[in-house]
Design a binder for this molecule. Structure first.
Ligand code: SF4
Length: 398
């Protein structure tokens, strides 16, 4: 088998952790209720952390906790206790960026430390410095190319991790205070309001120029087409952005990249029609136009997303997830978004192509026929070959 990078997926909540692991992620990253940079995400309580670590470890996956804010002294005071709890829960690594945080982790535990992308490590000397501080892996800044990353790994002798998919930041990976000034929210303490993606009104030379007021909004990163480059450069881990994104996003992206990596590990190449199919899948989750950003060439004006919304016609929505199956009879589904009798749905299996089917019969738990489902209810729909517990059901947005 050819060695391929670890696939690291976002886990914005316990449910999303399970989805990402079930759909093939080798590792997930998450935050506790404090210290993570995504304060609005449904971060994990201690009990959820415990359950999440057990779920992942039981299935051969690992869990990294994010403590990547730049902390003030009053924040730091509570950190030793939290770090000791993480060690008792058998968290596999902590992702940190602040030197004070890194020292506190080392003083209070033996948990491996990964340097967060927030620290904007972009070169060999910087990576060597962080290695001396006890960092085992460097999550490189999104400004680094795959070739530069390979050089950093070889010359600094550290593990390297790179973003492969998701939203981009127009600043040096979060070192930005636009949200602080415009909304009173600190980007570096979890409050980024994505101000760079708003429409701005400026004085323009002509009407045509006025239509291009999204000048700070970036296209989304998509590294599938250059996955082979990550493998050839020996990148240790490829990371998917998006702890605040949906269950459907967590499942779809984990599935696509996991299938691609496993295929390469077995065959040592990709076929172009497979890449085409996987790219089609990546277009089925909400996204801005995709770009490879800095992965092979420096990002430029062509990576600006000068539109208000992603294309609604290509989006799929999550209809529900399979709670149980009775072979040849029905799938028990927890409804997330309402759907109707005779609507075409798709089952997203853990491996292999999505299976379209018609919900020509929907019944409630009382076996009464249902014409239109309601969110947060349980219904039975026709059984589909290959269906398994926790599979996602999706449908094209109407
Ligand atoms: S506002 Fe945009 S550039 Fe600033 S931290 Fe947030 S995502 Fe990055």
């Amino acid at each position: 088998m050819i060695k391929v990078p670890e696939l690291l997926a976002p886990a914005g909540s316990l449910d999303k952790l399970k989805v990402a692991v079930d759909y093939g992620a080798d590792a997930v990253y998450l935050a506790g209720l404090k210290f993570g940079l995504r304060s609005a995400a449904e971060n994990f309580t201690i009990q959820e952390l415990e359950e999440g670590v057990k779920y992942a470890h039981d299935r051969g996956a690992v869990v990294y906790t994010v403590i990547n804010g730049f902390l003030h002294d009053q924040d730091l005071a509570e950190l030793p206790e939290f770090v000791k709890i993480l060690e008792s829960l058998k968290i596999d690594a902590i992702i940190a960026s602040d030197l004070g945080v890194i020292k506190t982790i080392k003083d209070n535990s033996n948990i491996p430390i990964h340097l967060s992308t927030q620290a904007s490590c972009l070169n060999v000397e910087s990576a060597k410095f962080w290695k001396k501080q006890g960092v085992e892996r460097v999550v490189l800044g999104r400004e680094t190319s795959i070739k530069e990353a390979g050089k950093i790994k070889r010359e600094a002798g550290v593990e390297v991790e790179m973003f492969v998919h998701g939203s981009m930041c127009m600043a040096y990976s979060g070192n930005c205070v636009i949200s602080n000034f415009t909304q009173g929210r600190d980007s570096n303490r979890g409050g980024c309001a994505h101000s760079c993606r708003f429409e701005y009104s400026l004085k323009f030379e002509n009407e045509e120029a006025k239509k291009k007021a999204f000048f700070m909004s970036s296209k989304d990163l998509n590294g599938l087409a250059v996955l082979e480059e990550f493998i050839k450069e020996g990148i240790d881990s490829i990371k998917v952005e998006g702890r605040m994104k949906s269950h459907l996003y967590a499942g779809t992206i984990s599935k696509v990249y996991s299938e691609a990596l496993k295929y390469y590990a077995e065959h040592g190449n990709f076929l172009s029609d497979q890449i085409y199919e996987w790219e089609r899948e990546l277009k089925k989750v909400t996204h801005r136009a995709y770009a490879a950003s800095n992965l092979t060439e420096k990002a430029d004006a062509s990576t600006i997303f000068n539109e208000r919304e992603s294309d609604p016609n290509v989006d799929y929505i999550m209809i529900g997830n399979v709670i149980d199956t009775v072979k040849d009879e029905f799938m028990l589904v927890e409804v997330k978004n309402a759907f109707e009798k005779n609507q075409t749905l798709e089952l997203l299996p853990f491996t292999g192509a999505a299976v379209p089917f018609k919900a020509n019969e929907i019944t409630g738990l009382d076996n009464e026929s249902v014409d239109r489902t309601k969110p947060s209810t349980l219904v039975k729909v026709p059984w589909v070959e290959g269906a398994a517990k926790n599979n996602i059901l999706r449908a094209q947005r109407c």
